[in-house]
Design a binder for this molecule. Structure first.
Ligand code: SAM
Length: 287
């Protein structure tokens, strides 16, 4: 069962009782939908990860509502109380940023609401993995979101080996302090795969950097990363080694490597002739 929400942001009607899953911006406060503002204006209260973070967003929107801290590990009784309150009240669920439930709390709440017959609806919006995928230009006809990579070296390599043969772009959430370690691990397990690092999406210092893992390690060692990161691994190479892709790989490799090294790396990645690639790399350097 779903609750209906008016698309008219100026409506002052109260909302039907139930749970409203509301996406919020991932950096740029302009990235909130009219419908999200409407629900936050008309709901009876907001369940959120951190009341300070959501308090700032509400203040920015000129709204004031009761805020309740929620995470999926809260006491079962607390969740039960919240769910049963939705028989009479409209409760919005937000996370600190982006889409609730995507590497964020809410999964258990949604399931408990469903089990209790409480209406649930979603107000979609910003989500870092989709923003990163679309900005990356990597193949997007098939993709797999795999959450955060483990922090321990062996577990990280195992997680990468597990997804190695999947014919899709693989997307991870990543943190700045761990980026270089993850790129090194990708260089060991999947040296030939094209990588995209999408950093600080929608914010002032938004950056998208594409290349092979070793080249990106060299880049980020010289330019230590800051902020929030989506890390994407392109599909297995046979899937996209058209002439245009090979040229693009060579251009990217030349960002950080000498022509001979770039040619060797792209030859390894694509199976193309190394001498021909070297000649092309020298031409590119002159262009
Ligand atoms: N639920 C959120 C969503 O819809 O994207 C994700 C929450 S998860 C706890 C936080 C992670 O999302 C960050 O560590 C980072 O990997 C990614 N992320 C969030 N905002 C980002 C941004 N503006 N730029 C790049 N990555 C971002």
């Amino acid at each position: 069962m779903a609750v209906r929400v008016s698309a008219d942001a100026s409506s002052s009607q109260t909302l039907d009782p139930g749970l409203y899953i509301v996406a919020t911006p991932i950096g740029n406060l302009g990235d909130i939908t009219l419908r999200a503002v409407d629900v936050l204006r008309r709901c009876d209260g907001v369940a959120c990860e951190d009341t300070r973070v959501t308090g700032k967003l509400m203040k920015h929107l000129g709204l004031s509502k009761p805020l309740w801290r929620y995470n999926d590990h809260s006491e079962h009784r607390d969740r039960e109380r919240l769910v049963s309150s939705m028989r009479e009240r409209a409760i919005a669920l937000v996370s600190d940023a982006g889409t609730p439930l995507v590497s964020d709390p809410g999964y258990r709440l949604v399931n408990d609401c469903r089990a209790e017959g409480i209406p649930v609806t979603v107000i979609p919006g910003a989500c870092a993995l989709i923003a990163g995928l679309t900005l990356s230009g990597l193949p997007n006809d098939r993709f797999l979101f795999a959450g955060f990579l483990p922090s321990k070296d062996k577990a990280r390599r195992d997680a990468l080996a597990e997804v190695a043969d999947i014919d899709a772009t693989i997307i991870f959430y990543e943190t700045a302090p761990r980026l270089i370690k993850s790129l090194i691990a990708i260089g060991e397990v999947l040296p030939e795969r094209e990588i995209a690092v999408a950093r600080e999406l929608t914010k002032l210092h938004e950056e998208l950097r594409r290349g092979l893992p070793h080249g990106l390690v060299a880049w980020f060692e010289k330019h230590p990363p800051k902020g929030e990161i989506v890390l994407l691994i392109g599909p297995p190479v046979e899937m996209h080694s058209s002439q245009a892709d090979i040229e693009a790989l060579l251009w990217e490799a030349l960002d950080t490597l000498k022509p001979s090294q770039a040619a060797a790396q792209v030859a390894r990645a694509t199976g193309e002739d190394r001498k021909a690639l070297y000649a092309r790399a020298l031409e590119m350097r002159r262009e």
